[in-house]
Write a protein that binds this ligand. Structure first.
Ligand code: SF4
Length: 480
């Protein structure tokens, strides 16, 4: 065995038992010579969580509990042990933590919680020849962490194919900065986040993995915990576990090319008590969702998509990382609430990218042009329409001047945009990207679908958490 190789462990674990998980992670830390110290920050994936509607999207509380217990036992000279995260689609992190069952775990272990949407965001200089920009804004607890432990959930991803260690870092950014470059440059952005900080230990919750979507995945019993100290090595092994060529994980290729770690199995020492081949034998039918939206939605649904050309030469025929994937996630959220939504919604024609020539529009169809890069000129029901692109490449987007983008502001902005355009038989939704949350609002308005943001199961607790978040954010801004 070559001792210079990065080591990755695949350990057998078939159930969410916190004590058993703690034992496995402790064993892994010992084998990998991991000794947490200083300010230790554990970063799970809680992009969204709800016991009924989104049960498979997040790192489970038993996994977090096991990871904290192992960290406490293995740490030497830790001045702080904390859990930190920023949930997705502008949901208050307090709300998703509660839904995930985290507060009891955090209290039981006596560790600190950092909600990244409530703390100060600070710029970190990263500029080099490869990066999209010179500074990236991150929460202060991440900037000050001495020992970051990454606790991703093993999931397929409709924008990036897989979300493992590298992709989990999208969750270190708050709303205001998260959507900067979360578009046709998403994979580059993920590689840029490695320039800020790299985890010193990674443990992936692959006990029940997620297939297809990242917010509404279907469960897959993988029965594994993957551990390592290098994100590229861990993600490479994760790819092989589900028959993905690591070269097809663009952000992994970009990060590896920049020297962050290997992406060739020959350069990785794969160990542990669960052989890679045994995992591969049961994941032959692990499901992904990587279809272009014009193929994904056009058959047997009331949602028809026209996809045009895109402005960047690295991906001229599709925008992975932006509006199309956000549409898929939004429709899957609706489906989680209303299983027959594809047939029950009004007819919608979704247009994205630079489209030339007439559109095939039915009389009873409402058209939505989505995204700043979208352009089209033609007639809809006898009226001329001219949609112009306002796309800006990353060098023309100033990350220091981003606008506030929280849950209520987003709701007000998108719903008033719909109201202002209600006399027309089309809507132009602007943004780069138009986020999943915005898509939910726009589709509910034009498709006549009940808006899930106002679902009685969520609305009270969500808004209490929002007010709580705003209060704590203001206190942190003025008193720290
Ligand atoms: S506007 Fe949307 S589809 Fe166009 S480049 Fe930006 S994120 Fe991609």
């Amino acid at each position: 065995m070559n001792s210079n190789k990065e080591k990755v462990l695949i350990m057998r674990c078939n159930r969410y038992d916190a004590d058993r998980i703690a034992g496995i992670i402790k064993e892994g830390m010992a084998e990998l010579d991991v000794v947490p110290s200083g300010r230790v920050l554990l970063k799970p994936n809680v992009v969204i969580a709800h016991p009924d509607v989104f049960p498979y999207a997040f790192t489970r509380k038993e996994f977090l509990s096991g990871a904290i217990a192992a960290t406490k036992q293995m740490a030497q000279g830790a001045s702080e042990i904390a859990v930190g995260e920023r949930s997705g689609i502008t949901l208050p992190t307090r709300w998703t933590f509660k839904n995930a069952g985290y507060p009891e775990v955090i209290k039981t272990h006596g560790v600190k919680a950092y909600y990244f949407d409530e703390v100060q965001q600070v710029p970190v200089q990263i500029g080099n020849d490869h990066t999209l920009r010179k500074n990236i804004y991150i929460p202060r607890p991440v900037a000050e962490a001495d020992f970051l432990i990454n606790l991703p959930k093993f999931k397929a991803h409709p924008w990036c194919r897989l979300t493992l260690s590298l992709k989990n870092f999208i969750g270190i950014q708050d709303d205001r900065h998260r959507l900067v470059d979360h578009n046709i440059f998403l994979e580059h952005k993920i590689a840029d986040l490695q320039e800020v900080i790299q985890p010193k230990f990674i443990a992936i919750d692959a006990i029940t993995a997620g297939q297809k979507m990242m917010l509404t995945p279907t469960p897959f019993e993988m029965g594994a915990i993957i551990m390592g100290t290098n994100s590229c090595a861990v993600d490479t092994v994760g790819c092989h576990m589900v028959h993905v060529d690591p070269k097809d994980l663009k952000h992994l290729s970009l990060a590896s090319d920049r020297g962050f770690g290997p992406m060739d199995l020959n350069d990785i020492d794969v160990a542990g008590d669960l052989p890679l081949e045994e995992v591969r034998s049961k994941t032959k039918h692990f499901e992904f969702c990587l279809e272009h939206i014009d193929r994904y939605f056009n058959e047997k649904t009331n949602l028809k998509c026209t996809v045009g050309a895109f402005p960047e030469k690295h991906s001229p025929d599709y925008c992975w990382g932006g509006c199309p994937g956000a549409l898929q996630e939004a429709m899957h959220i609706f489906k989680a609430y209303y299983p027959d939504v594809y047939n029950e919604m009004r007819k919608v024609h979704y247009v994205v990218g630079r489209v030339e020539g007439p559109l095939d529009i039915d009389k009873d169809e409402k058209v939505i042009f989505v995204g700043n890069c979208t352009s089209w000129r033609g007639n809809i029901n006898g009226k001329s329409v001219d949609i112009k692109s306002s796309y800006k490449s990353p060098r023309n987007v100033d990350e220091r001047n981003t606008k506030s983008n929280d849950m209520v502001l987003k709701t007000v902005k998108t719903l008033s945009s719909c109201m202002l355009q209600r006399g027309k038989n089309y809507i132009h939704a602007k943004g780069c990207p138009v986020s999943v949350g915005d898509h939910v609002h726009y589709l509910s308005m034009i498709g006549g679908i009940k808006n899930v943001n106002f679902d009685p199961r969520l609305v009270v607790s969500l808004n209490i958490a929002y007010l709580n978040m705003r209060t704590h954010r203001a206190m942190n801004r003025y008193f720290t």
